[in-house]
Design a protein around this ligand. Structure first.
Ligand code: AMP
Ligand code: GLY
Length: 424
């Protein structure tokens, strides 16, 4: 098969790395990719959100499967575009159609879905500019902290958690009246604060059956001890040590099954990954958010723990035969540490030469924001690369990721030295 992967981050490098090992792969293309993906396939300069451009390439290169890494082409309807086109409709797309992508694209849509299908999540109400007064009154009835979520995609910045009532009121007003997050905050979901520990669970589904992938925990804050600004993710571990069989049975019975069944009941087709952002509160799982793609950097620890042929699993998704496939998981732990550009997630510089990669041992280097230029690897984003290692346990794996981190150099490099600090 010829496969085209859309995206350019560590997630797409990890997916491409795994696909490149498939026995049924012929040619692998990544658009636009990074310096790492070019080691496992061919990078192509396409814009994933320019569907006509993607179409022309797919037809020209006889691509027989499209794998969508990030959420925006899905929310923009790339899968629907393929289905509506006579020349493309037989080409399977891994990633849901526009309707189901609303599970990530609209917090209100996701909340309504969860309430309809009795999936545990925080209580909420949603408000628009017309109901701002009611929203302000609703805040007065709540106890802090106040959780305000812009309904639409806001590049991970649309969730505010505030302790002060007057601040919460001011932020709600800024979101609804002054379009603080543009169109994304035309509606705002206000929800109950859940106090617990977060984890990520992923499934791959063909819409009928599903496979549960390894659990992971990511570290979103820039600073050690989970302090400072939110980032795309500074590191991740898999499996999550506090997840036992009993908790996982609750996740499957109360969350995964009702979600996949709920999609069927609602006649919403779904082929691809579902990412459940969960929080464990007093031993019980609640959904904080759905994403319609894999997480980044969770992918960099989840995918390396899959022993089965990923392209064969994707083929099962395409042909509705996922239930016939085996999913074999590596029992070892995997950890990843993200090397970032100093200043990230605020202003940072790009174009720094990365050296020392040849000295890295016992670690898989997944590139995120990098590019190749004249035989050199240069930084090209805030998150630059993820260093993934296996180990007997999390500590053993982390020791290898950190030993590798010390071997890589670029100007103004930064990474968190405490990934996994809250876990035993
Ligand atoms: P989201 O974009 O919905 O995942 O929210 C971003 C982050 O805000 C989550 O990863 C949580 O850390 C936090 N968060 C969101 N909703 C809640 C909630 N209801 N209670 C506590 N923390 C929350
Ligand atoms: N690491 C969280 C995310 O990908 O959304």
């Amino acid at each position: 098969m010829n496969v085209l992967v859309l995206g350019s981050g560590g997630r797409e490098h990890a997916i491409s790395w795994k696909l490149s090992q498939s026995t049924i792969l012929n040619k692998l293309y990544i658009a636009p990719g990074n310096a790492g993906t070019s080691q496992v396939g061919e990078n192509v300069a396409l814009n994933p959100n320019n569907f006509d451009e993607v179409k022309a390439f797919v037809l020209d290169k006889k691509v027989s499967m499209l794998v969508v890494g990030p959420e925006d082409p899905l929310v923009n309807g790339i899968h629907d575009y393929f289905l509506a086109d006579n020349q493309l409709k037989h080409i399977p797309v891994i990633g849901p159609q526009k309707e189901a992508a609303q599970l990530e694209g609209s917090k209100e849509y996701a909340k309504e879905f969860m309430f309809r299908h009795k999936i545990p999540t925080a209580k909420y109400q949603s408000f628009s500019a017309d109901t701002l007064k009611e929203g302000l009154a609703f805040l007065e009835e709540m106890t802090p902290p106040y959780v305000l979520k812009a309904d639409g995609l806001a590049a991970g910045k649309g969730v505010l958690i505030l302790n002060d009532l007057s601040e919460a009121k001011a932020e709600l007003t800024a979101m609804l009246k002054d379009a603080k997050f543009g169109a994304a905050s035309a509606k705002v979901v206000i929800e109950e604060f859940l106090d617990g520990i977060e984890l990520s669970v992923f499934v791959l589904t063909d819409g009928e059956s599903y496979k549960i992938l390894p659990t992971a925990k990511d570290y979103k804050r820039i600073g050690e001890g989970d302090t400072g600004l939110n980032t795309g993710g500074m590191g991740a571990v898999s499996p999550v040590p506090f997840v036992d069989d009993k908790f996982m049975a609750k996740v499957e019975n109360q969350i995964i099954k009702p979600t996949v069944d709920g999609l069927k009941v609602d006649n919403i087709p779904y082929k691809g990954f579902i990412f459940f952002g969960l929080i464990k509160v007093k031993g019980n799982p609640f959904v904080i958010e759905y994403n319609v793609r894999m997480g980044d950097p969770e992918t960099e620890v989840v995918i390396p723990r899959i022993k089965s042929d990923l392209l064969d699993l994707f083929d099962g998704v395409a042909l509705n035969s996922l239930s016939e496939k085996d999913l074999e998981i590596d029992p070892r732990a995997a950890t990843t540490v993200m090397l970032v550009s100093g200043g990230y997630p605020e202003a940072y510089e790009k174009g720094k030469e990365i050296s020392g990669l040849q000295n890295v041992e016992n670690t898989i280097v997944f590139h995120a924001g990098t590019k190749s230029e004249n035989g050199k690897v240069l930084s090209n984003g805030g998150r630059v690369m993820a260093l993934t290692s296996y180990g007997r346990d999390m500590k053993d794996a982390l020791a290898k990721s950190y030993a590798s981190a010390d071997k890589v150099c670029f100007d103004n490099i930064y990474f968190r030295k405490d990934i996994g600090f809250d876990l035993k």
